[in-house]
Design a protein around this ligand. Structure first.
Ligand SMILES: [Ca+2]
Ligand SMILES: [Ca+2]
Ligand SMILES: [Ca+2]
Length: 140
């Protein structure tokens, strides 16, 4: 269990790349993200973990829906249009499905994955992950 650096590192990278993204922390680690335990993070594994982490950080009561009130509390000072553009059917709540579709469509997490994948082979190895944390001096 050497790779416990939290995935809040790439989430910070997301916020650096795209100020439009919800800022948050997630408790996911390399090990918990690597769901098939092959010591590599596929884009699907990373996308799934980040989507879940970011969504859950806003869904404070854990009912699978983010209301505008919850979103404002989790993202103080952010433009409300960022919420409304994620509310695809405009019913005033962002469901997990809407959020997942939105981030898939705008490719936000793909940019994070590209940044983590220093060897450009489409997966994030523990070496890629360590190189990223070192480069960004976020190792803790
Ligand atoms: Ca894996
Ligand atoms: Ca909720
Ligand atoms: Ca909605």
């Amino acid at each position: 269990m050497k790779h416990q650096a939290k995935l809040l590192i790439p989430v910070f990278a997301v916020t650096a790349i795209s100020a439009a993204l919800l800022s948050c922390t997630t408790t996911s680690t390399f090990d918990t993200t690597d769901t098939n335990s092959d010591d590599r993070l596929s884009t699907a594994e990373v996308r799934k973990a980040l989507t879940k982490g970011v969504f859950n950080a806003s869904d404070t009561n854990g009912d699978g829906r983010v209301t505008l009130e919850e979103w404002k509390a989790a993202n103080p000072g952010s433009d409300v249009s960022l919420f409304t553009e994620r509310d695809l059917n405009k019913d005033g709540v962002v469901t997990r499905e809407e959020f997942t579709k939105h981030v898939a469509d705008n490719g936000t997490f793909d940019r994070v994955i590209a940044e983590l994948d220093s060897s450009n082979d489409g997966t994030v190895s523990t070496a890629d992950f360590d190189a990223f944390t070192k480069k960004n001096q976020l190792d803790r």
